[in-house]
Design a protein around this ligand. Sequence first.
Ligand code: MG
Length: 278
Amino acid sequence: MKLARFETGGRTLCGVVDGDSIKVVTDTDLRDVIMNNGAVAETGETVALGDARLLAPLKPAKNVFCVGLNYQDHITEGERAIGRKLDPQEVPIFFTKPPTSVIGPEDDVLVHQAVTTEVDWEAELAVVIGRGARNISYDDALDHVFGYTLVNDISHRDIQMKHRQWFRGKGLDGACPIGPWIVTADEIPDPQALDVLCRVNGETKQSASTAQMIFDVRTLIESLSAGLTLEPGDILATGTPNGVGFARTPPEFLKAGDVVEVEVSGVGILRNPVVNAD
Ligand code: MG
């Protein structure tokens, strides 16, 4: 089941995506659907996908959890770009993006020209937590996954490098496109067997498999939830593979007029135009 949140005719609705249409459900917040273990009641109304403006599937209640450096090829390209080796990680590196950074699948990625010139892409599979808990075990971890969506972990490299800690460089307004919908976990039997892609203006920049994650989804949930309560609707972006802009030769960054797409097989395509901020 693909669950979307969208606007149509001045209304904000949720529904089940079925081909080129959306079957409207009674809930207007997908967090309520998650709390009900995915149970939905259709209203009988159907909206053509083309008449819907898709929104981020969940209105963020808190920061989006993220993982850095979770693919070896991405670590290697980064080491080459910065000219030094990074210490090996025994545990995942978690950081967050604020709710104000979240945008939907039809919103603009902003180039904040006054503060950054290096706007980069990061295609990522994202996990949507279902049943909340803390101290979730590796074996139970996937039982706490409601579904999957996509995140483009837009990163402002000049700010990221200057401030060292990642929150600032990855937390600007518009830096967290999420969507286009949530695919329920029953449709993704193995989250470690998915293709992750990023295209800019139709040209493939990233192409990898979630099999290449250093810390798999189970380990990420086990590690993040150790002493920290995960709640229904929490989003966890699982890291990006190689092919990001700053590590390319020469480096490439997003600019106004570009279109950036994140795709994960079985989940969908998250496509955002890039525009200059006011
Ligand atoms: Mg990332």
